[in-house]
Design a protein around this ligand. Structure first.
Ligand SMILES: [Zn+2]
Length: 435
């Protein structure tokens, strides 16, 4: 299923109509996606890479592309593209996001960007806009990393930020290697790898995403523009003590790694508050993991993020210092390993300023607030846009999330705000891609 599908796009761009059929409205697209990968028990989505639910989402994307007369294509890393105009002409304007989810994720993280991209194209057609640059909607594969533990695999591979060897070594929770999973879904795992030619054809990438925080809710704006993705990383803390009987070992005789671990969790909160960053121990593994056994090993994973590198360094070194002090006092061995790290992503200033100018001029991004400044926000969440920004001028739009909750079934955006997001995206795309 890799490689170009269909007869190949017509050279040139021009007006994007007429469509082969009447394309679905935003609401119809939303309803079409709603049941795919939904777990009735939890009410959350389980759209994992190369699963049956993933295949259904990909089929949905293909149908949306074809109903709009766009040329559907799957690249060798499993990312889906829907083209208007000839990509070979270069300097293309691309928009989109992802359709996969975290375990029991919400409906908006990812799909809002893809649905809004198709809806924005429909809006441009209604406006009679003429495209002067090639245009595409994209669905990046395996953005959340829910199955293989590494986020943004599709965009990382394309951008050369993940080697083929490392990708081939990824395994899911059941021990299924990534190549086997791709094969089972009908894709060729030997075709994956850097795709510089494809990225070189993109002149601008804009990703619309539901906000994963409450900045827009607090400022009273439906839509904002991203300034940067915070530097972030994961660190593994291994506390090693001595397993023993919970009922017969005197407190004074114990080497219990749970105690310094617990102190470290508290220190993480304290250090994050002090420095103004974020620190979370959200995952833990205990050996032997028996209710009546003193642990021999407590392994905790620290996720830390901050607006700048100095703050992040201050948080992580503060947590590590506290962990070492408490481990030493309790006679516990400690290893700290940095498992992943992503430096700050500063979105291209020229593109960001152009987007702000377009939105503020039209007064649409700010819910017709008439010239009111469009908020510019940093974010602590990673995105495909962050990966692509190393190779392509990239920008992001955020749509207000009234609770700020995401990666949960409670994730939400009001319909009016989704409509404002589509209009803002259409304005931006019109400014970038149309005469
Ligand atoms: Zn996302």
């Amino acid at each position: 299923m890799n490689g170009s599908e269909g007869g190949g796009p017509e050279p040139g761009a021009g007006a994007p109509g007429p469509w082969p059929g009447e394309p679905e409205s935003f609401q119809e697209m939303w309803r079409g996606l709603a049941p795919l990968g939904l777990d009735r028990g939890s009410g959350g989505y389980r759209r994992y890479a190369w699963s049956g639910a993933d295949a259904e989402c990909r089929e949905w994307f293909r149908a949306q592309a074809e109903s709009r007369g766009l040329v559907h294509e799957v690249d060798r890393n499993g990312n889906q593209w829907a083209w208007h105009g000839d990509p070979r002409a270069g300097d293309a304007v691309v928009t989109g996001s992802h359709l996969d989810s975290v375990p029991d994720g919400g409906a908006f993280d990812g799909p809002l960007g893809v649905v809004s991209s198709f809806a924005a194209l429909d809006e441009l057609r209604r406006r009679g806009a003429e495209f002067v640059r090639p245009f595409a909607v994209v669905n990046f594969g395996d953005e959340e990393g829910a199955r293989f533990g590494l986020a943004c695999v599709g965009s990382r591979l394309a951008a050369g930020q993940l080697t083929v060897e490392d990708a081939h070594r990824l395994r899911d929770g059941n021990g299924v290697p990534l190549p086997r999973a791709m094969e089972a879904a009908g894709y060729d795992p030997d075709a994956i790898g850097p795709d510089p030619e494809r990225l070189a054809r993109i002149g601008a990438f804009v990703e619309l995403h539901v906000e994963q925080g409450r900045a827009l809710d607090l400022s009273g704006d439906p839509v904002g523009v991203a300034s940067a993705i915070w530097p972030h990383g994961r660190w593994r803390f291994d506390f090693r003590g001595e397993a023993n009987h919970a009922g017969t070992t005197r407190l004074a005789d114990r080497r219990d790694p749970m105690l310094p671990y617990a102190e470290t969790v508290l220190a993480a909160r304290r250090e994050a508050e002090l420095a103004g960053g974020l620190a979370t121990f959200g995952k833990i593994a205990v050996e032997p993991n028996g209710v009546n056994a003193i642990p021999s090993l407590v392994r905790g994973w620290l996720d830390s993020r901050a607006a700048d590198q100095g703050t992040l360094d201050a948080v992580v070194s503060g947590v590590e210092r506290a962990a070492r002090e408490h481990a030493e006092r309790a006679g516990i061995d400690l290893d700290v390993v940095r498992e992943s790290f992503t430096p700050v992503v500063d979105f291209q200033h020229a593109l960001r300023d152009e987007i702000r100018r377009v939105l503020e001029k039209r007064g649409r991004g700010g819910a017709d607030t008439g010239g009111r400044a469009v908020p510019v926000l940093g974010t602590g969440a990673g995105h495909d846009a962050g990966i692509l920004s190393a190779s392509v001028p990239t920008a992001m739009l955020f749509v207000r999330n009234p609770t700020g909750i995401s990666h949960s079934p409670a994730e939400h955006a009001a319909e009016d705000d989704c409509v404002a997001g589509v209009r803002a995206l259409a304005d931006v795309l019109e400014g970038l891609a149309c005469s």
